[in-house]
Every structure is written in C-alpha cells, then in structure tokens.
Design a protein around this ligand. Structure first.
Ligand code: FEO
Length: 401
C-alpha cells in the first residue's frame, strides 16, 4: 500500500502482513493478516510515530520516501518495544544516525537489551505529561504500563486530537485497502478480530487497560490511530467502548451466553455434546461450539472471555483430561479468564480420572462448577436424554444468573 494522508501533514505509513502464519509465534493470522501502522508528522521537526516489524523494509522505506526523505526524520517515537513495532529500528538508526528516539526510561533499557543498541545522547526519556514541540504540532506522552508491556506509552497530538494508541484499540486483520473505519460498510470483521486480538494479547492486563482508559479520559480524542488495524476517525468512541467493556470482564460477569468446548476420541462424548447443545439451545442464549482438538485456542479464548457459561465435554484420557482440553484450560489460566460457571460431561472407559484432573484446573481458575455428567463407554438412550436435560438446566442457570 502507499502512504495515506490522515490530516494535513500527518500520514499513515504502515505495512500489511498477509504472510506471517503466527503473530508472536503463537496466534494464527494466516487468514486474517495484520497491519503494522506507523505515522509520519511533517513539521519544522519531523517525527515518525512507531516503526514496523522487520519486514518488507523496502516497501516501508518507499512509503516514507513518498512523504519525506527518511534521513530528514528528527524523532522516532517508540510507544512500545515489542518487535512488531521496533523491528526496523536498526535500519532507521543506520539510515539516519542523527535520529533521536523518544520513549520511557524502560523503553530505552529494553531497546538496548533487544537490539544491543547504545543510544548515547540519541535517546530522549519522557514521562507522563512530557511534551515535544515539533513546530506547529505538539506531542504529549502518557505512560500506559502493561498495555501491553511495562514500558508502553501512548502519544497524543493535540492540534488534531489524535491519539496514537499503540497496541491499545488495535486488532488483527490486515487492512483491506482502506484504512479508516468510515470507509467500511461492515465493521464486524474488525470488531471480531479486535476481540480476538484483545483476548490473545492484552486481556491478561485488563486492570491496566481500565486504568489507562481512565487516565486518558480528559483528552479530547477525535481520531484513534492504533498500531494494528483500522484508524477510527468517524466513531473513535466505538473502539474505546468495546475495549472498556471487554476489560471489565476480567473482574465482573460477562455476557449471558455459553461456550461449549469439547473433544471426542471415538464420537461418544460428541454424541452427548450434540444432545447437550440441543438442550442448551432451548433457552435462547448464544452458544458457540469448538472442537478443541481441531480449533486453535486463539479462536476459543474470545468466546471464553465473552460468555459467562462454559460447557466442557471431554473424555478421560489415560486417567487425565483429553490433552487438547487441558491446553485450552491452561491458556484460559494464562489469560486469567475468570468469573465463569462451568458444567462438564464426558465418557470414560474404565477408571475415569478426567473429572479429578478438571477439578484441579477449575480450582486454580476459580470457576464455579455447577454440574457433572459422566457416562461409561458409549452413551445409552437414557444418557442422551439426560444430556439434553443437562444442557437445558445449565443454560437456565446462565440465563437467570
Ligand atoms: Fe503490537 Fe505488544 O505488540
């Protein structure tokens, strides 16, 4: 893509990534892609806000060259050290050795550690409230620790009321040509990918997200320009509201709905899963169903985060939980998914053990286990009938909770 003007003298210069399979080496994006957004401000002093991953270097530099000779850049604002934002730092330092990098004290140390750089007098340390005058534009910096890493900050440009929010308010999903929210009729894809991104990347730090949103609430924000995904210029409040809502799910009950996660070795637990789903669906609340052996956990976590109820269908496997189910629960613990009501069903061949194993996870997760239904071998007609009732009862609990 070529660079895009956002306002007079402020430009988007991002890179669309449609070839990386796994974001952070963990989260699948091969179908959705991701964008690394970077911004140029032209003024008496020229600033580049955030860099991009070390990727498509020529394309990135060509975009900047459409706007300005990169050797004329005075400042690079480093809102966040994670290499999807700073991978290009060595290239930029070599290209323009007089650039001053701007970031928090921790940013300086972390950049030195990640890239073995020695900044000398080429680093300007800033704290919350610090300002940098570029001429007609002034940048203000706000530390937002743990949104996403401890060093992270955001940058506010007061003249145009733009918040360069870094990871905050970002999403997976490569840009489909257009870069602004008002250029898309349907934002569902980006909203869904914003939730998946939020839960995969930021959710663990939800307390800090709420703190940051509170700290920034006095700013007039006309445009949210994050490091990933769309620039929100028509309705910046929409993405702020979504992030605020999702962040509260870390400490308060989430939406009335059920995530049904299951695994089945020979189809016995799956038969009961279908009966349970039929029963649960009678209550008219949303249900999302995932086969944990065939769905990457990246796509399961958003549903676990969003809905209050979790139905777990898993057989016993060598006296423990079926391993892909154990992995999903382990990741739920990593992401601190809490305040959930849970019921479990599943088959066992002889001695069982999955239930005991599950309870050790649930204790750690502090989930509320409200019902259990185990059956031996394949389900009988009675088991299938009971499974239906079991699902219905659980959905009633969720609906009325
Ligand atoms: Fe977009 Fe925390 O990196």
């Amino acid at each position: 893509m070529v660079s895009v003007k956002i306002t007079e003298n402020i430009y988007w210069t991002g890179v669309n990534d449609r070839t990386t399979d796994l974001f952070e080496g963990l989260w699948p994006i091969s179908e959705e892609g991701v964008s690394y957004n970077s911004y140029v401000i032209l003024d008496e002093k020229v600033a580049l806000i955030d860099l991009v991953k070390s990727f498509k270097t020529d394309d990135y530099l060509s975009q900047i060259e459409e706007i300005i000779d990169p050797t004329k850049i005075d400042y690079v604002i480093v809102n966040h050290v994670e290499p999807d934002h700073t991978g290009m730092i060595k290239v930029m330092s070599r290209l323009a050795p007089n650039i001053i990098f701007v970031g928090t004290e921790k940013t300086k140390k972390m950049l030195e550690d990640y890239y073995q750089l020695e900044f000398g007098d080429k680093f300007l340390v800033v704290k919350t409230g610090a300002r940098l005058n570029l001429g007609t534009h002034e940048l203000e910096f706000y530390e937002v620790p743990f949104v996403h890493w401890p060093e992270t900050m955001v940058t506010y440009e007061r003249k145009n009321e733009i918040l360069f929010s870094c990871d905050a308010f970002g999403s997976y999903g490569a840009l489909r040509g257009a870069i602004f929210d008002d250029e898309y009729d349907d934002l569902e894809f980006y909203k869904e990918e914003a939730l998946r991104y939020y839960v995969n990347i930021v959710a663990k730090f939800s307390r800090f997200v709420l703190k940051a949103i509170d700290a920034l609430k006095t700013l007039q924000i006309r445009i949210i320009a994050p490091s990933h995904g769309l620039i929100w210029r028509k309705h910046p409040e929409k993405i702020i509201k979504l992030y605020s809502k999702w962040a509260t799910y870390a400490s308060e009950p989430s939406e009335k709905g059920i995530t049904l996660i299951y695994a089945s070795m020979y189809g016995n637990t799956e038969k009961v899963m279908n009966a349970v789903a039929q029963g649960a669906s009678k209550e008219g609340i949303p249900i999302q169903i995932f086969d944990v052996a065939r769905t990457h956990v990246s796509y399961i976590l958003p549903s676990l985060w969003k809905y209050q109820g979790i139905l777990i269908g898993t057989p016993t496997y060598e006296t423990k939980l079926f391993p892909p189910m154990a992995y999903v629960l382990q990741m739920a613990d990593y992401k601190r998914i809490t305040n959930k009501k849970v019921a479990r069903f599943g088959s066992y061949g002889w001695s069982g053990g999955a239930q005991r194993d599950l309870e050790s996870y649930i204790e750690k997760l502090k989930w509320d286990l409200v019902d259990i239904f185990e059956f031996q071998g394949g389900p009988s007609e009675e088991d299938l009938k009971y499974g239906k009732k079991f699902g219905e009862n659980f959905a009633k609990i969720i609906r009325s909770s």
